[in-house]
Write a protein that binds this ligand. Structure first.
Ligand SMILES: NC(=O)c1ccc[n+]([C@@H]2O[C@H](COP(=O)([O-])OP(=O)(O)OC[C@H]3O[C@@H](n4cnc5c(N)ncnc54)[C@H](OP(=O)(O)O)[C@@H]3O)[C@@H](O)[C@H]2O)c1
Length: 233
């Protein structure tokens, strides 16, 4: 089993995904911001970790580069970090600071991680990239239907990035699988205690995408997934 990098791996859906990949025998590296929480989570999973503020694009680049040099090209990259925008963050009220904070963490660092680690995976013609998106970022269904503008629009950007990358990497035919997922409303710090899904249920599709057998002749990659099914972007 190869190396798996999991951002947002200190808690919530990222931690649950990392736990499953550790159980499956991968050498897992957790990435998150708070060094204390991260070191405790890494100790529980007996895995490596790197603490970084992914809201700082230069620090993010430095850390992903160091991870690549230290651990080699990963087999699995799960991007599960993210922040919600402030409650009243409508387009006409949001400040520059709030817009930049959410875009930097939710979108810019997804680009940076893929730009560095994904490039090595594409060159190796092997691996899987799974990005936690959100239904609130869809251009269909509940999607971009108003409110929480920085969050929704950052996730719409994530969807566009993943779809574009899937086309750039020829939909799995060159060995790299690239997918986005909607975990749905899950009981994490972000989702809150009243969310309908348990953490295990919320993380199921990402774990499945990271570990499923894949036959390029029949299986699909390069899509947005929910409950193991492809849904409209
Ligand atoms: N929960 C839901 O209902 C739901 C629904 C749809 C989509 N999602 C998406 O699923 C993903 C995981 O969500 P979750 O519910 O597990 O969230 P969570 O419990 O709030 O955990 C967020 C994770 O992101 C990390 N993070 C936040 N800001 C960071 C920064 N500046 N630099 C580095 N790491 C940072 C946190 O690290 P620290 O511990 O160091 O702060 C933590 O590991 C997110 O992308 C979220 O948008 C969640």
């Amino acid at each position: 089993m190869g190396v798996a990098i999991v951002t947002g791996g200190s808690r919530g859906l990222g931690y649950e995904t990392a736990r499953a990949l550790t159980d499956a025998g991968h050498r897992v590296v957790l990435v998150a911001k708070d060094p204390e929480r991260l070191s405790q989570s890494a100790a529980r999973l007996n895995c490596e970790y790197r603490a970084v503020d992914l809201g700082d694009i230069d620090s993010a680049r430095t850390v992903f580069q160091e991870i690549l040099e230290t651990f080699g090209t990963p087999e699995i990259l799960v991007l599960a970090h993210g922040v919600m925008s402030e409650k009243m963050s409508k387009t006409l009220r949001t400040t520059n600071e709030e817009w930049r904070r959410v875009m930097a963490i939710n979108l810019d660092s997804v680009f940076t991680a893929i730009n560095i680690l994904g490039a090595a995976m594409a060159q190796a013609r092997n691996g899987r990239i799974i990005v936690y998106s959100a239904c609130l970022g869809r251009m269909s269904g509940p999607g971009n239907a108003g409110g929480l503008a920085p969050y929704r629009i950052s996730k719409a950007g994530v969807n566009a990035l993943v779809r574009n990358l899937a086309h750039e990497t020829a939909h799995g035919t060159r060995g790299l699988l690239v997918d986005a997922i909607c975990p749905n409303h899950t009981r994490t710090d972000m989702g809150g205690p009243d969310a309908p899904l348990s953490i295990e249920e919320g993380a199921d599709t990402a774990i499945w995408l990271a570990t499923r057998p894949f036959d390029p002749a029949v299986d699909k990659t390069g899509f947005l997934w929910e409950e193991r099914r492809i849904i409209d972007w």
